[in-house]
Design a protein around this ligand. Structure first.
Ligand SMILES: NC(=O)c1ccc[n+]([C@@H]2O[C@H](COP(=O)([O-])OP(=O)(O)OC[C@H]3O[C@@H](n4cnc5c(N)ncnc54)[C@H](OP(=O)(O)O)[C@@H]3O)[C@@H](O)[C@H]2O)c1
Length: 492
């Protein structure tokens, strides 16, 4: 078999990664260590919530996704080095020593760090997603042996458009204007201005990711650079283990709320979902750095739309349908109601009806809790999750057309060995196989619920089902009684 061209590219190289403590970042570190012979990976990490950077760095490797690596390469930690810093601070807040080391040694940069919250305050989203990118870019310009810089964006950075090519689109507001606004205005003023700034973008996340792409286009230095735009990144398909995810965003949040009984109906139609498993996503990202470096003269700023609808389409409805059959097989110990999750196509009327349904259910369950001398909390939880679901349903009810020519050409240039080692062929994913244990993976890895407690959870589910049947009986009984009384009054 031919030798791996991608491994040859990474051989003995020093890599700098931001966002290494996040969902995508962890899988990227693991795959680089396991499948390539990188010399050292420098991981930018900040202190947070009372934990210092070193402790947070050590915690990354407690994740089960490193178990395979630990057994294959027990000494792997010698190849990863924490770099204490924060993207939003000028110069990333690096110590002089760390800065010297990075600018003299780093060959490949993956800028993965971002705020991915849809409802993030615009100032914060701007600071992390744009200012953070600018700070990383500035450092890269000082790097003396840098070969390539990969910026991780999102396929939805241009979700204000119906079709998205592998190009950068202008934003109506420039990042320079945003910079001025953020400096001059208070948080409250910016909050009020947000709808006008967002225009046709549905949230601050996608909007600031589009601004960051523009910022890169205008400011990149004298080194090869590429932008990688994945769709919705979901649990691992196969590597290093099946169905692993610790991300609580996007569809995972919907499924978590559905399993707890907080979300019963989600507004989504038969549009295609741009779902890309994280292991394939990371394989593609690793390949892009190689591709950008070797094709640097062909395209000034290559962009890679990594999506699924082009080669292996699945609809939002099918996605949830395939997974939701498992919600009752793996019930949660913390469920407040029976998971009856369903998707229905969105419209203002259905949104209103969904809201009313959750409102009535939440109030009824809290009434029952009060009756049992328990603190009412379900109504508020249902309203909160309903609002979060409304933000997500924008993506469940729309469809985009993506072109992925660069991704296809990159695949075409890879030899058989690389295709096996870094398989990102989305056409090879068998959705039914992948999704059959998707929820089980979330229960174990994201919700941290031990499968040994399944018998208790099933008993709890039975009790909730009994209660649900009782409620149905009461609703039907009172409904029929009311109709009967009304008819009696009418005829007598
Ligand atoms: N997940 C998806 O479905 C998806 C889809 C398309 C694109 N993407 C892109 O993929 C990238 C990673 O997403 P993810 O899902 O892995 O997100 P995530 O789990 O929330 O991770 C975000 C990472 O960014 C880091 N970060 C945030 N602010 C930082 C700062 N000021 N300084 C240093 N690090 C900072 C976080 O560090 P802390 O741990 O310190 O907070 C964390 O490591 C993002 O660029 C995102 O836009 C994700």
């Amino acid at each position: 078999m031919a030798t791996s061209k991608i491994c040859k590219f990474y051989n003995n190289q020093n890599v700098f990664i931001t966002g290494g403590s996040g969902f995508v970042g962890k899988v990227l570190i693991e795959k680089l260590l396991r499948s390539t012979n990188v010399h050292t990976i420098y991981v930018l990490i900040r202190a947070k919530k009372g934990h210092d950077a070193q402790k947070r760095f050590d915690d990354i490797f407690d994740s089960i996704i490193f178990d395979k690596l630990k057994s294959k390469q027990p000494e792997f930690k010698n190849r990863v080095v924490p770099i204490c810093g924060d993207c939003v601070t000028n110069g990333l807040g690096l110590s002089e020593g760390d800065k010297e080391r990075l600018i003299s040694e780093v060959n490949i940069v993956f800028h993965v760090a971002a705020s991915v919250y849809f409802d993030e305050h615009i100032c914060k989203a701007y600071t992390i997603n744009c200012k953070g990118t600018e700070n990383v870019l500035s450092l890269c310009k000082e790097m003396s042996v840098l070969k390539v810089f990969m910026h991780v964006s999102t396929a939805y950075s241009n979700c204000n458009r119906p079709s998205v090519d592998e190009v950068i689109y202008d934003t109506p507001v420039k990042y320079t204007q945003m910079e001025n606004l953020v400096h001059k205005s208070t948080m409250e003023e910016m909050e009020k201005l947000t709808p006008k700034l967002l225009e046709s973008w549905p949230n601050t996340y996608t909007f600031t990711k589009a601004l960051a792409e523009n910022l890169i286009q205008d400011n990149y230095g004298n080194f090869p650079l590429g932008i990688f735009r994945p769709g919705i990144v979901t649990s691992t398909y196969k590597e290093p283990l099946e169905n692993w995810s610790d991300s609580n965003s996007g569809p995972n949040m919907v499924l978590r709320c559905a399993s707890l009984g907080y979300t019963q109906i989600f507004s989504a139609n038969h549009s295609k979902i741009e779902m890309v498993p994280v292991d394939l996503t990371v394989a593609a990202l690793i390949a892009t750095a190689w591709d950008v470096y070797f094709n640097q003269n062909q395209q000034q700023l290559p962009i890679y739309n990594y999506v699924s609808s082009t080669d292996n389409a699945l609809t939002v409805h099918e996605f949830f349908l395939l997974i939701c059959t498992q919600l009752r097989n793996y019930p949660s110990n913390k469920a407040v109601w029976v998971p009856n999750f369903q998707t229905i196509p969105g419209s203002p009327v259905t949104d209103f009806l969904i809201y009313c349904y959750h409102l009535v259910l939440g109030l009824s369950l809290d009434f029952l809790r009060l009756f049992c001398l328990k603190k009412p909390k379900i109504f508020l939880g249902m309203i909160k999750t309903h609002l979060a679901m409304t933000r997500l349903s924008h993506f469940g009810n729309r469809e985009w057309t993506f072109s992925n020519k660069n991704v296809k050409e990159m695949w075409g240039q890879m030899n058989e060995t690389d295709r096996n080692l870094f398989n990102f062929d989305i056409g090879s994913v068998q959705w039914v196989y992948y999704l059959r244990n998707y929820f089980k993976g979330l229960k174990v890895h994201l919700m941290k619920e031990n499968l040994e407690t399944l018998p208790e959870a099933k008993t709890r589910l039975k009790k909730l089902q009994f209660l649900q049947n009782g409620m149905h009986f009461l609703v039907i009984f009172f409904g029929i009684s009311t109709i009967f009384i009304l008819m009696l009054k009418f005829y007598c």
